[in-house]
Structure formats: structure tokens, C-alpha cells
Ligand binder design. Sequence first.
Ligand code: FES
Length: 143
Amino acid sequence: MQRIEFIKVCSLVCLGGSALLESCASSNYYALYSSSSTQITVKKSEFVHHKTDEIIQRPYVLIKTEKHKYPLCVYKIDDNKYSALLMRCSHKGCELNPQGDYLVCPCHGSEFTNTGIVQSPPAAQNLTTFPTTTDNENIYIHF
Ligand code: FES
């Protein structure tokens, strides 16, 4: 391979890699929140990602609290309905990976809907969920 071809290939690999990293970073976004002993408050605006010239709606955000060993995954079902799921697999406790509108267990492949319903074994139980309420500006996750 000639030097100029090598440089072109390396540039394309770097561009592809950075696009992939940016894509991953924007999909697994850890939201800002405030908390009390009984609830977490997340602004609805945390589901909006402003890129340079476009606005992207996030299907979910993640929340890492001191109270829970596993992160919470908060899915936007519609403007006034959100689900809050503990990202702990109900099979043997591995941490789940959100993938679009469902979650997958990296250990044995169980899958769950964005409301925590088990879809694929070996898990047999639904995820731990937390009730949510909303107003015009915020989502409240209750413990
Ligand atoms: S721990 Fe998740 S499928 Fe086994």
C-alpha cells in the first residue's frame, strides 16, 4: 500500500471510530437530577440532545444514584408517560444494556421491554420498576 492510500484508510477509520463513539455517547447519556429520600426529579429537557444544527430526542436516559447499586434507565413512552427501570437482570443480576427501546442482558441474553416486561429467557421475572409522575417540566421517580 502506498503512503497516500495508507493515510486515506487511516483517516476513514478515525472518522468512523469517532462517529461511533459520538453515537454511543449520545445514546447512553447520564442525566442530571435532584433527589430526596423518597424521589428523584429529572427535567424532561434531559431527553433532548442539542447537536450543532439539529435536535435529537433521546428514547431514554440513565441515572446513577448512591441509593442503588445499579443505574436506573428512564424511558420516554410519550410526553407524559415515562418508565423507570432498575438495570439489574432478574435472572442472575447482571447489569443490563439498553438498546433502543429494549434492554439486553450481556450475561445470558435475556431481553426486556422499555417498561420492564421480560421478553426472552432465561429470565422469568420482569424488572424492578419505580412509579413515575410528571408535570410540564419534570419527571418524578418515586421510591
Ligand atoms: S443474568 Fe441476565 S440472563 Fe442471566
